[in-house]
Structure formats: C-alpha cells, structure tokens
Design a protein around this ligand. Sequence first.
Ligand code: GLA
Length: 376
Amino acid sequence: MHRISRKAFAYICLLCIIGFQGLCMQGEVTKSVFGAMPYGTEIYIFTLKESTLKARVMTYGARLVSLEVPDRNGKMADVVLGYDSLTPYTTDSKTYFGAIVGRYANRIGHGTFVLDGKRYDLPKNDGDNTLHGGTVGFDKRVWTAHEIPHGVELTLISNNGDQGFPGTLTARVRYTLSAHALKIEYFATTDANTVLNLTNHSYFNLAGEGQGNILNDVLTIPAERYTPVNAGLIPTGQLTSVAGTPFDFRTPMPVGKRIDEDNEQLHFAKGYDENFVLNHRGDGQALHDAARVLSPQTGRVLVVKTTQPGVQFYSGNFLDGTIHGKHGHVYAKHAALCLETQHFPDSPNQPQFPSTELKPGQAFHSITEYIFSTER
Ligand code: GLA
C-alpha cells in the first residue's frame, strides 16, 4: 500500500477546509407557497439564510416579510413589522409593510405632472395627492420571481397607462443576503419617457417587531438639508438647513427627544415624515451613508447605505393601534420607523430637484444596503 506523502496530505486537508468554508458561506434560499390571491394566483415566499441573518420575501408587492437579526447576546428577533399570513397584507391599503413602492414612491402633488409638454393625471389616494404610485401601486401587484445566488430576483411589468403613468416599464428588484447585510438592488427600463421613484417601505423596530416603540432609538442621518413640506406633505421646493431644527440628526439623537417640539413640520406629519438630502458624490452609483439606528436596549445597530439622493425618515406616525400584526402584536403610534431611500417627493413637479425621468435606452439602477452589527 502506498502511503500518501505529507505534501499530498496537507493539500487534501486544505481542499477540505476550503470546501467546508464554501458550504458554510453558501447560504440557503428556499421557496414555498405563502397563500393565494382571492382570484387564485399563488403567492410565493422565498427564505434567505446566511450565517447570522434570515430574511423572507414574497411575490405580493415584492415585500420583505421578515428579517431576523441577532442582538448583542446573539438572541435573534424579527426586526420588521408585518403579518403572519397573506390576507391582511392584501386588505391593508395604508401601511405598505415591507413593500417595494412604485412607480413613484412618496407623493406627487395634486396627482398630476407634465412630461414633454403633456399632462398626466394619476389616481389621488392621499387627499388631493398621489401617494406611493396610486391606488394599485407596485406594493399591491403580484411580481414574478426566481432564486438567484444568495437571494431572489423579482420582476414586474407595469403597462403604459398603469395608474396614469406613461410608458411600459419593466422593473426588477434583487434582494440578496450576506453575513451581515441585506442588499436591495433596483433595475428598470421603459419603452417611452416616464418618471420613476422606487423604494422599500420596511418598518424597523430593532428591539423586535411588537416590542414597544422606537422613541429611544438613537438615530443619525448625515444630511445638512431637508425638503420642508406644506400641510399636504408636498415639498415647498426649498432645500432647508437642518441646523437648529428637530431635523438635525448629524450627531446621534434619540428619535423621541424633539418629536413633540412645537414645529410646523412635525405638526403637519404628527411626527417625523420628512425627506433628507443626502450628502452624496453625485455620480449616482457610489454608496453613501443614509442613516444609522442604534437600539440601546438590545445593542442592535442598523446602517443604511444607498446610491439614492434622499431618504424619507418616517416615524410610524399613522400607526394607530388598530393593526394587529405578527403574533397578534398591536402596532401603536411609533411602533417602528421607516428609512425609505429614494428620490425627493414630487420631483416631476419640482424642476430644481434631481430628475426622476427615465427614457428608452436608459437603464435605471440603484442599490440600498441594510447592514447589521451590535454594540455593547
Ligand atoms: C410614507 C409617507 C407617510 C405615510 C407612509 C405610509 O412614509 O411619507 O406619510 O404615508 O408612507 O403610511
């Protein structure tokens, strides 16, 4: 019998270690049925697992359904609000839990805009304005989906005239998980000039969904300016300095510290619901910091990085305790916060804001990363 040489033995050991590491790092993606729409279409849910994170994404609204993250002691909790089953997602037209929002996330004033000299009218679903793409936005559509390495890719075709918008738009969204981060990538093309603003509307509570409110969470937003709004939450068009206002989160600040101050903007929105102008390099493709949230109670830290020019910080003001979410948890006011990376609200009517136009031949691409860590 031949004895294997020391060199060969060492080589085999090395291959085994690399192979084992590869298996551990590979992560796992599985697909199952989450439910069915009233008209019969099945809704699938994809479960993404990496070493310390687990996420679930469904085809209804391309929504992030759950996101499990360890705390400072390694204890896992689901840090996003939502429901246990499909039906309440389909009957809730107000919260947008975990959804991909489009074709135009946030508000368009008076539900109308002019593009190339032609006026387009959209359904008004927020007083006199259009919110989050209209009555049947991307959050209420069934996307097609397939597994990709470490994640899932979802596709939606929004026809010419869908919710009043021009051009047939093909939107693709990729959720991928790595050891410490969830990445969402957005792609879109159109066959005629249109406007586009895509975001994800997850509600985060880093203590775990249903575990109290986010008023003690410590927030940082590295923005010098924000876009103040009128009583209908439509930007006035100004870019205003945050200095000396409750919107100055350039240094870490508990969310609740100034939320009850006598400030017109806070009154309009019943809390924070404001778009911040991010200090980015302007090439549209470099990731820059959008926000950092620390949950002092659990040590969980979320850092949001994006290629988008703005982030809407919404402090869950319209949650009113009537919603029974996962495990029957009642979601009251400020039960979570949203950090919606996006273009500025009402950009199609605000020529001084970065343009949201998409033309045939152009390929829209944006990235947002949600990076998790812990602090002692
Ligand atoms: C966004 C808006 C809020 C509110 C929520 C959904 O964050 O800016 O005003 O409409 O969506 O309730």
